[in-house]
Design a protein around this ligand. Structure first.
Ligand code: FE2
Length: 295
């Protein structure tokens, strides 16, 4: 997993080719995320198409917004989802809400702990991150002139540039703040989500699936299999000041057997949690912040 994450982190690049202080794409860090066991049957509507790691922050935070500057200046084809610079300082969680990743993940990922095939509760992704980024970032600045269920909704003449509205389609205001982006067929008809969201192929235990941090993804509603569908969420994190600072706090939580900072807090102690003795490799120990890098 550490080797795979290192490879993924190195898909990002610095267009200016400057030496960025405190950044090492080849030194992965670890973000302790969730473990999921989904039983067969039932229907989940908990994870419709969405993007994690920043909601209204994508527009509101100047550094995060800089990641999309080519799109916002009209040169959307030049947008590089793998440009490193803005990502390093992007504040993806301005309001410190629980369950919001505050770190920079180059890719989100999960490690399969069971055999899972399409229709068995697996992951679906939108297959083009350049197009979805361009469309989602610009969508708040356009307004349809016909009802969303009109057969003429796809005609570009039925859309108008309009910056008078404070609405951000797909950004949902909840009790605990903004969530989303959550594109929907009604609000984002040009994404053809019913057709384009694609299930990942069958995975076996030990297979890992990664998707770029801006990729629209969802979880299948149905699980028609006969076994549990179980995954560990393990993203790819490079070393950078933002991630290093988080890993320092996460380490203290790990040593105390309590939940990491980005998650709902509670004081309960869980039996059987890991200890530093369980992390055998020097790469893993460093990724958890237990040792410092040797230059
Ligand atoms: Fe997600």
């Amino acid at each position: 997993m550490m080797a795979a994450c290192t490879w993924l982190n190195n898909l990002y690049r610095d267009p200016a080719d400057s030496k960025l202080e405190g950044v090492d794409l080849s030194a992965p860090l670890t973000y302790a995320d969730r473990f999921r066991i989904r039983h067969p049957g039932g229907s989940w509507d908990t994870f419709p198409p969405h993007i994690d790691g920043g909601s209204i922050e994508r527009w509101e935070d100047p550094a995060f917004r800089a990641c999309f500057s080519d799109i916002l200046s009209g040169n959307w084809r030049q947008h590089d989802p793998y440009a490193l610079l803005g990502r390093l300082n992007a504040r993806a969680s301005l309001y410190q809400r629980p369950n919001r990743a505050s770190i920079f993940r180059t890719f989100q990922g999960w490690l399969a702990m069971s055999e899972t095939a399409p229709t068995q509760g697996t992951l679906k992704v939108f297959p083009d991150v350049l197009l979805s980024n361009a469309y989602l970032i610009l969508r708040p600045f356009f307004r349809p002139l016909v009802p969303v269920d009109s057969k003429d909704i796809m005609n570009h003449q039925n859309w108008e540039f309009d910056i008078s509205s404070p609405e951000f389609p797909g950004i949902v205001l909840r009790d605990d703040g903004f969530s989303g982006p959550r594109p929907t067929p009604e609000l984002h008809p040009h994404m053809f989500l019913e057709k384009t969201m694609t299930s990942v192929p069958k995975v076996m235990p030990g297979d890992a699936v990664f998707w770029h941090c801006d990729v629209v993804h969802s979880v299948e509603q149905e699980h028609t299999g006969t076994e549990d569908s179980a995954v560990m969420y393990i993203p790819a994190l490079p070393t950078c000041p933002l991630n290093q600072a988080y890993v320092e706090k996460q380490k203290e939580c790990f040593l105390n057997g309590i939940r990491p900072p980005d998650f709902p807090q509670g004081l309960e102690q869980f039996p059987g949690t890991g200890t530093p003795k369980d992390i055998l490799s020097s790469v893993g120990q460093r990724a958890m912040g237990l040792t410092v890098a040797v230059a």
